[in-house]
Design a protein around this ligand. Structure first.
Ligand code: ME8
Length: 529
């Protein structure tokens, strides 16, 4: 079995419904997955939910329901949202599933049998919202008077718990060497630098990987220690291998692992770039079997503030797609476009309804929608709804060459941007061609060519409209990963039927592949309200 291009998202906590931040990671991972499929690759996109731990146990208690019933309910909110947003995941893993629990327990047993685990009493601090242990040395302000979490700035809880530990510092020299040898392991560069400098200081000696059952009952039982459940992060990180058959199905594992990209937010960089490789290393995986890339994107804020439930400024994706954008037939795609276009992937962004509606009007309605609408209505009016052919006689090098060249180069530009996971740059390249095509319409004024006026008359008219149809064809292909429904709608309007969209068809422009195609039913893609 050839290895799939394996993309993962974090497994989201199901203590509450998903918000814009979760949808951002999911859309980004989906866009990447669709892009690799567009290139003809086999792709495996894994997502899911992180269902154990103290935070979820507390949320379940607050709702008055048993944890399992509570998480079963919240999971549906995630699945429903991924459906609304057109997420093409190949697998959805819940950490409460037996297939995952089995692997976590097998890993714990193995580490215990190999005498890699250490039994001791932990004294330090715990952040329940982040489900993260902190030692005094890791707290910038030290441990007093009232320390806050370095990650989320919420108050920490002093804990003293007896449990099982995985050595961290013993793996530190290896991890440092690995990072040096793999300068592209963590992206963007700022995040790589952050971890490289973290590793210049000694790591905590150990990572506590269990919680006492009397404090946290909702977790995977530790097979060799009655009084403990597995620490939620040790449990959750293992999903990336449990989902693809680790320890259970060698053929399946090698058809997927190593992951090509772990897409995460910067809040969980340390767990992925330090704990995760160390867990894998402890399990005996070699350097070649480490994940290939960890990409940590930035935060969506509201104004200058981080979104948080306590501040009451959470942006609800359902409200944006179903209410704010209710007049839009492709509302989910408008939302996807905005998130991926507005902020370079890796940086923080500020969400505002004005910015979203501004992009809808300027980029989508006035530029993209207008190009498709004007071109296809001229083909309908002047060519009886059949895409005309280009003729040598009708060509004008002065006007046609720049647009044709830009269209020809577009897939290459998109490919370069996508190989660096630069969604905004890829979209920018597509929208620049769209604008150029709109200017071309103004310059060539096809409506003046209808009665044989101007250079070349009807031959010129047909050539202009054929070139424009081709531009739209290439735009539809390259937009597929970002706006799958809009891409499909344009495809149908162009009369492409069920022929697949493939990136290769956007790069090779020989002959006149669209000539003679009958346009499909037309509709306005981004209606103005
Ligand atoms: O951390 N802006 O789950 P989680 C951008 N269960 N992205 C955001 C965001 C924001 N404001 N808020 C959340 C966990 N995210 C663990 C993960 S993985 C083995 C276990 C996104 O529900 C971002 O991807 O807190 C972040 O890393 C993730 O949601 C955290 O989701």
């Amino acid at each position: 079995m050839p290895k799939a291009y394996y993309i993962t998202t974090p497994l989201y906590y199901v203590n509450a419904s998903p918000h814009i931040g979760h949808s951002y990671t999911e859309i980004a991972a989906d866009c990447l997955a669709r892009y690799h499929r567009l290139k003809g690759e086999t792709v495996f996109l894994l997502t899911g939910t992180d269902e154990h731990g103290q935070k979820i146990e507390q949320a379940a208690a607050a709702s008055g329901r048993p944890p399992q019933a509570f998480v079963d309910g919240v999971v549906e909110r995630f699945k429903e949202l991924w459906k609304l947003l057109n997420i093409s995941y190949d697998d959805f893993l819940r950490t409460t599933e037996p297939r995952h629990v089995r692997v976590v327990q097998a890993c714990l047993t193995r580490l215990q049998q190999e005498k890699q685990l250490h039994h001791a009493t932990y004294q330090g601090w715990y952040c329940t919202p982040c489900e993260t242990f902190w030692t005094k040395e890791e707290l910038p302000s030290g441990a007093s008077p009232a320390p806050v979490c370095p990650n989320c700035a919420r108050p920490l809880e002093a804990v003293e718990e007896e449990g099982w530990y995985l050595p961290l510092r013993a793996h530190q020299p290896w991890l440092q060497g690995f990072l040096k040898a793999h300068p592209a392991f963590i992206q963007p560069q700022t995040r790589y630098n952050e971890i490289a400098s973290l590793l210049e200081q000694p790591l905590p000696e150990y990572l506590c990987i269990t919680r006492p059952r009397r404090r946290v009952g909702w977790g995977i039982p530790v097979p060799f220690s009655e009084g403990h459940v597995t620490y939620v992060w040790f449990d959750a990180l293992l999903n990336y291998i449990s989902a693809v058959g680790y320890g259970m199905d060698e053929a399946r594992l090698s058809a997927h692992w190593p992951a090509d990209v772990h897409v995460i937010g910067k809040d969980i960089l340390r767990h992925h770039a330090v704990y995760w490789p160390i867990i894998l290393h402890a399990l005996g995986l070699s350097d070649e079997q480490m994940p290939r890339l960890i990409f940590a994107h930035g935060w969506w804020k509201v104004g200058e503030q981080k979104m948080s439930k306590s501040l009451g400024n959470i942006v609800d994706p359902y409200a944006v797609v179903r209410e704010l954008l209710k007049s839009q037939p492709y509302a989910a795609d408008v939302y996807r476009y905005f998130l991926l276009r507005d902020v370079p992937f890796g940086q923080d962004g500020a969400f505002s309804e004005e910015a979203l509606l501004g992009r809808l009007e300027a980029d989508l309605a006035n530029d993209l929608g207008n190009l498709v609408n004007r071109t296809l209505s001229m083909i309908e009016r002047y060519c009886g709804g059949k895409i005309p052919s280009t003729t040598q006689l009708g060509r004008s090098a002065q006007y046609d060459d720049p647009l044709q060249q830009a269209t020809h180069d577009l897939a290459k530009q998109v490919d370069t941007a996508m190989s660096r996971i630069e969604f905004a740059n890829a979209l920018d390249a597509i929208m620049r061609v769209v604008s150029q095509a709109n200017q071309y319409i103004e310059l060539t004024a096809p409506w003046k060519l209808t009665k044989g006026q101007g250079d070349g008359g009807v031959q010129r008219l047909h050539t202009v409209l054929s070139i424009l149809a081709h531009v739209i064809h290439v735009v539809a292909i390259t937009l597929e990963s970002f706006m799958p429904s809009v891409s499909e709608a344009i495809w149908q309007q162009l009369g492409m039927g069920d022929s697949p969209r493939r990136l290769a068809d956007a790069t090779s422009w020989t002959g006149d592949p669209l000539a003679g195609k009958t346009l499909g039913k037309r509709e306005v893609l981004f209606p103005k309200t």
